[in-house]
Design a protein around this ligand. Sequence first.
Ligand code: GLU
Ligand code: MG
Length: 420
Amino acid sequence: MQREDLVFAGYCDWSGLVRGKAFPVADTEARLAKGMGLTHSNIMMSCFGPIYTTPFGTVGDLIIWPDPHAHVAVPFDDGTAERFYLGDVQNTDGTPWECCPRDFLKRAIAALAGHGLSLRASFEQELVYTGVEDRPGSSYALDAYRRQGGFGEALIAALNAAGRTPDSFLPEYGSRQFEVTIVHEPALMAADGAVVLRELARGVAWRLGHRAILAPMIEPGGIGSGTHIHMSLWEGSKPMTHDPARPYGVSARAEPFFAGILAHIAAISAFSAAAVASYFRLTPNRWAPVRADLGVQDRGSALRVAPIFATAETSPAEQFNVEFRVADACCCPYLALGALIQAGVDGLKRGLSLPAPGAAAPLLPRSLPEALAALASDEAAKGWWSETAMSAYLAFKKAEIAALEGLDDAEICARYAAVY
Ligand code: GLU
Ligand code: MG
């Protein structure tokens, strides 16, 4: 049997899933220029598969435009390979489509550039690897690390081969739970990297005959898997986030940015904690946030000022970053990071201040419907994308909620765990 090398051109959609089409590698040059066809209603494909509702109908054509900077070509020793491009969704005239998730982030990056700043981000991903015996007492244990066999090493090698810079791989608190991190990169690359990390985790686990489950909770009352997003602001190559003399160690320049995130956190949650099951994770006593708060080195807060290591090679100013913990792998990283940046930009525009340390913080949304209601009524969020995109996104997520009606929490967790 002969085989022709194919490469998949996809985009990470509103569900955070990569969908698209493959073409022969031999046609790469032409395809990079022309892209692959798509229709508007594809964006309304739910995470469970069906299109429950769409304002776009059956008419119209779009292009998935593969980005050569978001290319993955990773060979595996069984003779198979992960070959894919991540791309933008464009109109047939080459302009960005108003619902394109990657363009949502690009516009946020441009808005921040208007304030003379850029953002670097790093995504940490927690997951459950099914190739490990579910054995209690193995939290953070060398034994748990050993028993995952070659998964971690194959995943780190795959990330390296994909041009990312992995930082660490660790056994997490849950007995089959692990975490993978990538070093910080400019915002768009970081979001691309988050998608690549998820797909390679799935791809490596699949080749080993198992699954990497990235869903926020695989069972009610279990251990949550979060996507933690570390952020720092830069002016050119100069780190701008840190001032050890100020509250929280956050510089005067960066304060309004993070204050903007706190001000819009309920609306951001509609993108970052985008699933019904996301809110099973955002409950007390699971090292996940429940309030719209900023804490210094507090893993229970929504925004956590990460530590500085005095003995590290890099300076405190370069290390200093703030971690957003209200996210999980059901989110589209472009939408989540784009919303964070846009909220930060609104804070910069309005010159917002952070609450005094210790001040009482409001609760985060406690469900996806609450987060969607917050997004729908957030005036600033209306400027983050078009009215068409906003109303389609709200309808899309409401249809996902309706599709789960009548299921209990365990069944809801199972539905998401089957997909993510
Ligand atoms: N698993 C926790 C979460 O759901 C986080 C644990 C940690 O701090 O690494 O976010
Ligand atoms: Mg962790």
